[in-house]
Design a protein around this ligand. Structure first.
Ligand SMILES: N[C@@H](CCC(=O)N[C@@H](CS)C(=O)NCC(=O)O)C(=O)O
Length: 244
């Protein structure tokens, strides 16, 4: 059996897949994809992931994309150390948070993160090189965001929307975590894994939010202490690309 993960270390979606694999105790071959060098636009990589995004899992030659789908897949195929509640209602609660992480967490994180990590590089890129990068970018919303960074950057409206999404996520997590130690109740599940990279990222952008949400703050401390989470976040060959 072979598992290979194409990822970009500490990016949110890469962390989600790495958190899942490590929590399950699954060994895998790591392939670091340099987003700053646009390795995710390489035609060979685009064959694996037509969205041109990380992460991508390859299991015995079968390709699975989307961090949330990857985690559901590995939990199904490798049933030891389950990451889903045993009952249907618990799984429904879990999936509500997984969906919120994808639909609200990721877009909210992208606005400040792309501003911090990409704006300077894109702004100073020669126009011809930039046009090539945009033409190779499969997803239209990513093309539009790259164009925004080449111009004036993201608008106040885009930042307001991102911050509003963060506020909402914190509100929902706080309510759930007042009840159970984890987002879907008593058990650490794919919901906690899906939400963790976003809550941890928001903490850096909006430290005020954690202070105002003590249950979420307590949950963050609890989950960050898990060995699989430590192994995901602490510097390693998986968080730093070779030769960097
Ligand atoms: N819904 C996808 C989103 C994947 C995604 O957006 N990945 C980001 C890193 S978190 C990426 O590849 N970005 C490309 C870039 O920054 O150019 C998933 O969860 O796997």
């Amino acid at each position: 059996m072979t598992l290979e993960l194409y990822h970009s270390g500490l990016t949110s979606c890469s962390k989600k897949a790495r958190l899942g694999l490590k929590e399950k105790g699954l060994a895998y071959k790591s392939h670091f994809i340099r987003l700053d060098k646009f390795e995710h636009h390489d035609p060979a990589y685009l064959k694996l992931n037509p969205n041109g995004l990380v992460p991508t899992l390859v299991h015995d030659g079968k390709v699975i994309i989307e961090s949330g789908v990857i985690n559901e897949y590995i939990d199904e195929v490798f049933p030891d150390k389950p990451l889903k509640p045993a009952d249907a209602y618990g799984r429904a609660q879990m999936r509500i948070f997984c969906k919120m992480a994808d639909e609200y967490g990721l877009p909210a994180t992208r606005i400040p993160t792309w501003t911090r990590t990409k704006a300077e590089q894109i702004k100073s890129m020669p126009q011809a090189e930039f046009d090539k990068i945009v033409s190779e970018t499969p997803l239209v919303d990513h093309r539009l965001k790259l164009e925004a960074l080449k111009g004036e950057g993201f608008t106040k409206k885009e930042f307001d929307e991102a911050y509003g999404k963060m506020d909402y996520i914190f509100k929902r997590c706080e309510t759930a975590l007042a009840e159970g130690p984890y987002l879907a109740g008593d058990m650490y599940t794919l919901a906690d894994i899906a939400m963790l990279p976003y809550i941890a990222a928001f903490k850096d952008v909006r430290p005020d939010l954690l202070k105002a949400h003590p249950h979420t703050n307590g949950w963050l401390e609890r989950v960050m202490a898990r060995p699989a989470v430590q192994a995901t976040y602490l510097p390693s060959a998986e968080t730093v690309p070779a030769g960097a």
